[in-house]
Design a protein around this ligand. Structure first.
Ligand code: NDP
Length: 277
């Protein structure tokens, strides 16, 4: 039996938690596989994907390549095609199939919650995955608040094509909508160490009890947004939840490993250890 090889492409990825997460899953599930980080800037993408066609395994795709990789694959699953972003690629006999497990990560982290009216801050690929997941969870209305209104309007139009009631608003209107929403999602880097620690999307005044507040940022684990949401009595979900579940769903595609809450706990602990290291 040969060791299977998986990895991550994107840039910068030297501090990625994905190797720790996947290796913990392989250890816990008794699978002979390794997971590496292959730093790949945009201009090296084509060359990298060509080399990975010979892999016995698959790879994840992260910033800034999730959309650019689409054109280099042989086929796409339905969700990846609809969302227009790929974070997981399986390689079989030299053929590449793209999937989106980010939206499955969002859905899993919101399990048990019945969203109806959701405010999403951000309008990039992660926001699109959130809209797709919220639609699956039964949301009826999404409000997209974004720095550039044009991008928010495009995402709102796309949301309508999925059958949702949708509205695009400016960031200055976000707090007003947060007070009316049962779900608030931050799909921007606001509050992250890389962007601007201690900042938050401008929704803090609208946070309240009974709401679910989900921040895709995971460095720091408790952002200002989540701290204020917790203090307001809302249920909080951190970005590490999504990162771990999207990884578990990638392993399901590649290896058939069933994503369970036990594996989630093991992988989350490994990610937290790697964050401290
Ligand atoms: P994109 O680059 O596609 O989109 C970024 C979004 O953030 C845009 O809406 C952009 O607004 C907004 N934005 C960026 N900087 C600022 C700022 N300073 N102030 C206000 N808005 C800002 O990125 P993605 O959609 O792929 O990712 C968004 C975030 O989600 C990232 O921080 C990423 O790390 C995180 N993420 C986390 C995951 C997880 O597993 N936890 C998975 C995927 C993403 P504009 O359109 O105006 O430029």
């Amino acid at each position: 039996p040969s060791t299977r090889l998986y990895g991550l492409i994107g840039s910068p990825i030297s501090h990625s938690l994905s190797p720790a997460i996947h290796c913990a899953v392989y250890r816990a599930a008794g699978i002979d596989a390794v997971y590496l980080a292959w730093d790949t800037p945009q201009e090296k993408l084509e060359e990298r994907v060509k080399a990975l066609r010979n892999l016995a395994g698959g790879f994840n795709v992260t910033i800034p390549l999730k959309e650019a990789v689409l054109g280099l694959l042989d086929s796409l699953d339905e969700a990846a095609e609809a969302i227009g972003a790929v974070n997981t690629v399986s390689v079989e006999d030299g053929s590449l199939t793209g999937y989106n497990t980010d939206y499955l990560g969002v859905a899993e982290c919101l399990r048990g919650h019945r969203p109806r009216v959701a405010l999403i801050v951000g309008a990039g690929g992660a926001a699109r995955a959130a809209v797709y997941a919220l639609r699956d969870l039964g949301a009826v209305k999404v409000i997209i608040a974004n720095r550039s209104l044009g991008r928010a309007q495009r995402l709102a139009e796309w949301s309508k094509s999925l059958g949702l009631d949708a509205l695009a608003v400016s960031l200055s209107e976000a707090a007003g909508w947060a007070s009316r929403a049962d779900t608030v999602v931050n799909a921007t880097p606001l509050g992250s160490e890389a962007c601007c620690p201690g900042e938050a999307p401008p929704v803090l005044d609208g946070l309240h009890e009974g709401q679910v507040v989900f921040d895709m940022v995971y460095r720091p684990l408790e952002t200002l947004l989540l701290k204020r949401a917790r203090e307001a009595g809302a249920r909080t979900v951190d970005g590490l939840c999504m990162l771990v579940w999207q990884a578990l769903y990638a392993d399901k595609i590649w290896l058939g490993v069933e994503p369970t809450s036990e594996l989630y706990e093991v992988a989350r602990r490994a990610a937290l250890d790697a964050m401290k290291a």
